[in-house]
Design a protein around this ligand. Sequence first.
Ligand code: NAD
Length: 480
Amino acid sequence: MTTNDTLATPTLDTFEGLLAAITPTTGETREILDPATGAVVGLAPVHTVDDLEAAIIAATLAQPAWAALGHAERSAVMVRAADAIDAAAEALAQLLSREQGKPLNGPNARFEVGGASAWLRTAAATPLDSEVLIDDGATHAAITYRPIGVVGAIGPWNWPMMISIWQIAPALRMGNAVVVKPSEYTPLSVLALVEVLNQVLPEGLVTVVSGGRAIGAGLAVHPGIGKVMFTGSTATGKAIIKSSADTVKRLTLELGGNDAGIVLPDADPEAIAEGLFWGAFINTGQTCAALKRLYVHDDIYDAVCDALTAVAAKMPMGVGIDENNVLGPLQNKAQFDIVAGLVQSAKDSGARVLIGGNPDLEAPGFFYPTTLIADIDDDNPLVREEQFGPALPIIRYTDLDDVIARANSVDVGLGGSVWSSDLVAARAVAARLETGTVWINAHGAVHPMIPFGGAKQSGYGLEFGVEGLKALGVPQVING
Ligand code: NAD
């Protein structure tokens, strides 16, 4: 468990120092392996339900004094915590790269650590005043947001530091304490991030409990937890809804997606190819709001396939800490098997492989090559299911109404995109997509002041910006 007792060594700005600071000295541990090489990265604690209980008690004790500081003082502490992230940024990026697999460069490990700092600063800087709703002489009503208490933060393995901060930052800003349950695949990244934050934060306010599903499930049922911020699969999100019911917990659920992109016939294939590539392959495709199904109009289908293949061919994939690489391995074997199985189903259907689709099963690491699959049908599993990896199906269409219906035909709705030279036409198509966000001539870009959340079974609740802060408070109307 990360507490202030073990913090505040001056060595957190080196990879070795950071790792030493989070390496358990007692209790059960588990080896965490580098998905690119199989080498041991470090040891993670295996926390128990008793540890969870202790963390919730510590958080409950720390929260009132934190809330009492008020917005301005809490924000000042959060800015110092962001400074601490910046000071340890390279060490954090090294650890993240080794544990998660993502390269240091490109929109990957250094980018993620920078994002964590930026989101923390924005959450600290965003004004949230009490709002007067009516003041007409007869009635005076205002709405304000009280702290919830202790927030549970349960996260996935794809963007472990960034997503943890997305949960922790607004919770702290609104006067809450946080108990964090990282993915069992990437606990070190979250332990290290919180270790760095805890150089600055009061003791017990943010604690990482690193264990398996039982810890997540324990958080979701616990009467001491007022809200769960969950990012992960739709299946786990449904389990959390059920297990939180008895205590009527507030929930923000950021779940899986199967984002469609629609390329209109007036788009310029060369101009959009790089944007399409990173929309789909950011973090080697292991991103919730990545482009997962690309629909291209028949008029420019071949030109888009060619341009995208040319971009894909020049993007180096390999071990994350090699400065040259911008794509890495799948984070774990289970995800490798999902991607391999879906690409195989596409190949079996007679779809055309433009690039990739041929992993070297003898090579170390869970590397699946960048794969583009053309001439594939909507009902193929690679199109219907979330691949969460570096394999993009490219589907041909001719009729706009038909392609919008096909884009909307799944039961998830996280993001979507429209690609066109005509902004007005693109926005009109965007308005017809049943998703939480639609990007125009981009896909997946997030901003700390622009609310983000899913439609349909991609979840509910918004993160980021003022809306995101409000989601970490209990609204209270004072009428009179
Ligand atoms: P996952 O659902 O398997 O695990 C997420 C977390 O939930 C882990 O920490 C896990 O230990 C915990 N957990 C498992 N069972 C639990 C239970 N019964 N109760 C409480 N917690 C439990 O997800 P994953 O495989 O780590 O992440 C990949 C998925 O996350 C993809 O579907 C992806 O689209 C989604 N995702 C969504 C967003 C978003 O913002 N919408 C962002 C990133 C990832």
